[in-house]
Design a protein. Structure first.
Length: 202
């Protein structure tokens, strides 16, 4: 979301075995001359879509809990006239890791409570940087048709990041770092959800 891709370990406790509720994929796209990479992960979490959306869409606080995020400033936020549930943010994000220190502008689309998508607007640093969060409510069959289902107590989170540096030097120097950071993303936001809402067992 927003786009300060980059993130603390630890996933929320989930009643079902973790391997049944998670999926991780990290791969370099087929073009051997390209440094473009994509990482995706899916988790079933013990938070409602609205709760997770609130944490992910709060871009201005990223520097407080997202690993290696040094700057997170929101300069503007405007709702869409045709869809008040969607608004567009213009944000500045910074990342720092050893000698790598960069800032970039990002356009973040937030559709409450189902989607946060951040796209880098800085073509000098990235050829492409797109971070997408999708939140899908989940209700266990045993809770179907009960009062608890008025608001889903659990949520599938689909996280995806695609990135490619504009400079071959950046790509070579930062490849391992960005691989590591991408894998930490979801865990950091889950930890923040636990800090704000507390751990939940459904």
């Amino acid at each position: 979301m927003a786009n300060c891709f980059i993130l603390r370990h630890r996933l929320a406790a989930i009643p079902l075995p973790l391997q049944q509720n998670s999926r991780r994929n990290f791969f370099t796209l087929p073009n051997l001359l390209s440094s473009r990479k994509e990482y995706s992960e899916r988790q079933l979490l013990n938070f409602s879509p609205k709760q997770i959306y609130t944490i992910v869409s709060n871009v201005k606080d990223y520097h407080m809990f997202v690993p290696f995020c040094t700057v997170s400033r929101v300069y503007s936020s405007q709702p869409l006239e045709k869809d008040p549930s969607t608004h567009i943010m213009k944000a500045e994000l910074g990342v720092g890791f050893h000698p790598f220190q960069e800032k970039y502008m990002s356009h973040v689309t937030c559709k409450e409570p189902s989607l946060v998508k951040a796209v880098s607007a800085d073509t000098t640093l990235f050829k492409e940087l797109v971070t997408t969060w999708k939140f899908t409510p989940y209700t266990r069959p045993s809770l179907a048709n009960t009062p608890q289902t008025r608001e889903s107590l659990q949520c599938y989170v689909d996280f995806n990041i695609v990135f490619e540096f504009a400079s071959p030097l950046h790509a070579q120097a930062s490849s391992v770092f960005f691989d590591k950071v991408s894998k930490m993303m979801l865990g950091a936001f889950v930890s923040q959800c636990e800090a704000v809402y507390g751990k939940k067992n459904v």
